[in-house]
Design a protein around this ligand. Sequence first.
Ligand SMILES: [Zn+2]
Length: 153
Amino acid sequence: MEKKAKNLLHITAGSVLCLAFGYNMFLGAAMLVSNAFSERISNQQQLERIISEEKKKIGSTTPLSVRLYSKEEAKARGIKHPQHVKVTYENGEVTHRIDMIEGYFATRAITRHEIHHFANKNIDKMALPKHPNAYWFISEPAANLYALTGINF
Ligand SMILES: [Zn+2]
């Protein structure tokens, strides 16, 4: 009987993991599709305007440095990800940055996703290797859900 209960527990845990994984993949895929139809960002002024609009929508007052790099500039600076979110701590000062590379991922949808991370302070968890699951199973799907629907957890 106890073995059966243990098996059932394993099956249940496995199913929950599969569901969480599936849900995460589904939101990621939906995000990619939505990105294709999202407003393209082609210059720095437009990026700043969109950031300011999206910060207002989510109610974030966090000062944010943003920069749109050309592919050449990004390569020269060693920025590899199309959208790079960073929190740096220097002399007690906290700086929040979004570095975006021109191209497919320079869109309003991606901006909304990244702003969600800052607004919900879960960006700090991304830097913690102790919480990779919190990042992949909570922060990422939550940011995708927000970018897609405006529902903010
Ligand atoms: Zn993210």
